[in-house]
Design a protein around this ligand. Structure first.
Ligand SMILES: [Fe+2]
Ligand SMILES: [Fe+2]
Length: 255
């Protein structure tokens, strides 16, 4: 199974690079992922016309199962209401063939810092309980852990410690984040925390190219699936540069 993780498309000039967005759309069509997750910052300022433009691009991503959450830029100027109009609920669960994605809105209106909030923990826990033996993926915009090459640390989730513990307690295997415009992978306990870079803007740090992530899940051998609860035995994470190349950044056994 293939899962594409895209973030921070920011479809508003002067930073948006339409040619790269076209390339992302082409690559997604080539890859034919089962699930696409977009972890926020679709716009620059949360205006309705920006969401309209973002929606037109997102609709062209060839994938039946799309999970989209807002980023801090989308929550500016009451953009969270526009987000709901164009992309639906800000908290959602997707289940598909042994994978459950629980996606949350980590934004606060007109603030850059991220926050999930205690009032959401029970819902997150229940959503993962209902996932049973599925591979568990959590998605949000803000980073859960500091990311290198991003300068002075700021805007990390204000309740990152409690959320990380909650995710580990829930048996989450993959956490997907964006926001810092730098692709990175951390392993924490049994969980992989995966940051996506910006897919198609020039808001990059140093010489780090725009990119998105591809997660490839290898099916478990039939006899192994009886022995182990997971349907997948190996995960491979690839960083796909919008200008062409790709690089494998993680290979991991899932049991
Ligand atoms: Fe961003
Ligand atoms: Fe952001």
């Amino acid at each position: 199974m293939k899962i594409v993780h895209i973030s921070d498309i920011h479809v508003a000039e002067p930073h948006f690079l339409p040619d790269l967005m076209e390339r992302v759309i082409e690559r997604v069509e080539e890859l034919q992922p089962e699930i696409v997750v977009l972890t926020g910052d679709l716009t620059e300022s949360g205006y309705s016309f920006e969401f309209e433009r973002a929606k037109k691009y997102v609709e062209r991503l060839k994938c039946e199962r799309l999970v989209v959450v807002p980023g801090n830029h989308d929550a500016r100027n009451v953009g969270y209401l526009c987000f709901e109009d164009f992309f639906g609920a800000r908290f959602k669960v997707l289940r598909h063939e042994g994978v459950t994605v629980v996606a949350v809105d980590s934004t606060q209106p007109d603030l850059d810092e991220g926050h999930v909030g205690r009032e959401k923990y029970e819902w997150i826990q229940k959503s993962f309980e209902e996932a049973g033996e599925d591979l568990k993926i959590f998605a949000l915009h803000h980073h859960l852990l500091p990311v290198p090459y991003t300068g002075r640390e700021r805007n990390v989730l204000t309740d990152a410690g409690d959320v990380l513990k909650l995710l580990c307690d829930c048996g989450v295997q993959i956490a997907l984040c964006g926001h810092k415009h730098v692709s990175w992978v951390w392993s924490l306990n049994e969980m992989v925390v995966l940051n996506a870079g910006t897919a198609c803007t020039n808001r990059v740090k140093y010489r780090i190219l725009p990119s998105f992530n591809l997660i490839e899940l290898e099916e478990a051998h039939p006899s192994a699936s009886e022995k182990f609860p997971h349907r997948f035995k190996r995960m491979r994470v690839k960083r796909i540069y919008s200008k062409g190349g790709e690089i494998t950044v993680l290979e991991r056994e899932l049991f």
